[in-house]
Design a protein around this ligand. Structure first.
Ligand code: HEM
Length: 216
């Protein structure tokens, strides 16, 4: 993949955002997500989703630890936004089930492959955590309303360790933009971000396959 002349001049954060818009739209419009946001998925379905995310964050946070001295990965790694403990707290509410998942297996394997070059890890980190700090906030509000929750079960969406998600995201983008990557490296990071969206799409596809049994 090569960058267009326009892509070569934009900041990395803008390149990643605009370059993955189509993939974002596809993820947003997956049947599982649409049903979840419409209140059509029951507790077992949400527990299944969270169980898959647990696999992803366990790998992300393990690799973050392994890459803590990597100068590129260090631009994004931040224990304050890690999600594994929050997911475990939520699973205690929804019920934990370990479901076999080829899609999660593939996603986790790919995360572990990023240890060779910190910028690939940045692509994985950006796609999950910036998403959680963005649209994820709306998902948390919808779950709270649909399941009449009083705070239990939605720790995943709670970033109170970060003062304001908007300011955090701005600072995060500034750190991305300060990375010194050449054009082919930027193109490689964008390609990885697109693949990360597809890997998330793989999780949604599995979940969609179970939608009938999760209707509420
Ligand atoms: C129904 C599900 C989703 C909704 C409603 C949603 C909504 C949004 C919204 C409104 C924003 C823009 C926030 C802003 O301008 O700051 C955003 C950003 C983002 N979302 Fe999502 N999203 C969803 C699913 C996903 C998924 C599944 C992923 C990836 C796994 C994802 C990754 C991202 C990323 C990386 C950003 C940041 C883009 C950037 O500013 O660079 N989103 N999302």
């Amino acid at each position: 993949m090569t960058l267009t002349a326009a892509d070569r001049t934009v900041a990395l954060s803008a390149l990643l955002r605009s370059g993955s818009q189509a993939e974002h739209t596809a993820a947003e419009s997956s049947s599982f997500m649409s049903e979840l946001l419409a209140g059509g998925v029951d507790e077992a379905g949400y527990a299944h989703y969270l169980g898959l995310l647990r696999r992803v964050y366990e790998a992300l946070e393990q690799v973050a630890w392994e890459l803590s001295d990597d100068p590129i990965a260090a631009a994004v790694i931040d224990p304050a936004i890690e999600r594994l403990a929050a997911i475990d707290a939520d699973l205690a509410h929804w019920g934990r089930t370990d479901v076999a998942s080829p899609a999660a297996d593939a996603y986790v394997a790919r995360i572990h492959e990023t240890t060779g070059w910190g910028a690939l890890f940045v692509a994985h980190h950006y796609t999950r955590y910036l998403g959680d700090l963005s649209g994820g906030q709306a998902i948390g509000r919808i779950l709270t309303r649909e399941f009449d929750l009083d705070g239990a079960g939605v720790a995943f969406y709670d970033f109170s360790a970060v003062s304001k998600p908007k300011l955090y995201k701005d600072a995060y983008r500034a750190r991305l933009d300060a990375l010194e990557l050449d054009d082919s490296e930027r193109a490689r990071v964008l390609a990885e971000v697109k693949d990360v969206f597809r890997l998330n799409g793989g999780l949604f596809a599995e979940l969609t396959g179970h939608l009938e049994s999760y209707r509420r």
